[in-house]
Design a protein around this ligand. Structure first.
Ligand SMILES: [Zn+2]
Length: 401
């Protein structure tokens, strides 16, 4: 019957569409699984082999904070902001500089990017990031009449910049074979709620290919407090956080762990505790760059999260210590010297030639998972093709009858 035959055809067409949709769904799920397996895989490192090489100058970093605070409030577009950038450029003669100007809300922002690219650079780029602006208000200050006035930002602003400047002085002596960039962001701490404007503008204006070579994007913020406490911060790259732990342990910054010299560690890094923080790492993280934020959100001895001196007029030079700056400066230096942030050559493309028991240890588990995903995807594609061919064949046969 005509009616029945038409219904049958429609049914078979629907079946074909359904099979195709099923194929697409299973395929995209597997592709997502594959992407999940392509998280950065950092090469293994032995930080303690480099412990005796550390030369970070924490006294000079502390002096830099005083000097930055003495410039005045580093508000976007201000003379102090301009003078700070000019001084960084003048003092780091082995670095190349670039300024990127953006307009956000009522602010004219200038991000400053310093690049050290040795001749033998592999192309991988490690970013260290700190905001150089100081907050335009002190909304948490006890004195209500002072809340509209800008703060010194000795810890919140100047501390991160001080560590990057001192690090920049020694990086050219380290014989690195990759590129290092320092991103001094503007407008992180402006507005009723800190706007993170500079790093957002930076991330928005980069193409995928600009970002592809970044192996690590490490933000340091509020790292000068004399009573330091760091936790894991989300969002952020778990793989990158895992590279911080052995460095912190080696430097004696993890309680219950012996440092490189066998001494007991202090309770400074507790990455088993996690806090959510919106900072300069977020926009990069959202673009797929492996990014983390090293930040102490407890300003002052025994302060609770987001309390203490934070965003008050007590964020002053006397609340930061050279020793604290040295702890983070040395951690970054140790990470560079031990190549802790270098991504292994792309193992995802290599299919293990011999999957014997010896090869499938934990270190190789990531490439093994990727290999499994590729096999699964291939099987799924072949299965889908067969299903479509089978249904097509069935339809053609029916039509011939
Ligand atoms: Zn702040």
């Amino acid at each position: 019957m005509l009616m029945d035959r038409t219904t049958e055809k429609v049914f078979k067409k629907q079946l074909l569409v359904f099979a195709s949709i099923l194929c697409i769904i299973s395929h995209s799920t597997l592709v997502l699984a594959l992407e999940d397996g392509q998280k950065p895989k950092y090469q293994s490192s032995e930080p303690c082999d480099y412990y005796d090489d550390l030369i970070f100058n924490s006294t000079a970093a502390n002096s830099s904070i005083k000097w930055q605070v003495d410039l005045g409030h580093r508000l976007p577009g201000s003379n102090a902001s301009y003078n700070l950038r000019e001084s960084i450029k003048e003092n780091l003669t082995e670095w190349q500089f670039r300024e990127e100007v953006h307009s956000r809300e009522d602010f004219n922002l200038t991000n400053l990017i310093a690049t050290y690219q040795p001749e033998n650079s592999s192309g991988q780029e490690i970013f260290f990031v700190a905001h150089y602006d100081s907050r335009d208000r002190a909304e948490r200050d006890d004195n209500e009449s002072m809340r509209d006035m800008p703060i010194d930002g000795a810890n919140d602003g100047a501390s991160g910049v001080a560590v990057l400047i001192e690090l920049a002085k020694i990086i050219p002596t380290m014989n690195l074979n990759h590129t290092v960039r320092l991103l001094f962001t503007d407008g992180e701490d402006q507005g009723v709620r800190p706007g993170i404007y500079g790093s957002k503008a930076w991330a928005e204006n980069k193409s995928d290919s600009d970002l592809n070579n970044i192996s690590a994007f490490i933000v340091i913020d509020m790292i000068g407090d004399y009573d330091l406490h760091f936790t894991h911060v989300w969002p952020g790259s778990s793989e990158l956080w895992l590279t911080i732990l052995p460095l912190a342990e080696g430097l004696g910054l993890v309680e219950g762990e012996a440092d490189c010299k066998g001494n007991d560690g202090e309770d400074i890094f507790d990455i088993e505790t996690s806090n959510g923080v919106i900072d300069d790492h977020v926009a990069a993280h959202e673009r797929g760059v492996p990014a983390i934020d090293i930040i102490d959100i407890q300003s002052g001895e025994g302060a609770e999260n987001w309390k203490g001196y934070w965003h008050t007029h007590n964020d002053t030079i006397d609340k930061v210590s050279a020793e604290s700056l040295g702890k983070i400066g040395r951690l970054l230096e140790l990470g560079l010297r031990s190549s802790s942030w270098i991504i292994e050559n792309d193992t995802s493309q290599e299919i293990p030639s011999n999957l014997s028991k010896d090869d499938s240890n934990t270190e190789d588990s990531s490439s093994f998972e990727t290999y499994e995903s590729v096999v699964l995807i291939s099987i799924a594609i072949i299965f889908c093709l067969f299903t479509i061919i089978f249904i097509f064949g069935y339809l053609v046969k029916k039509d011939l009858k």
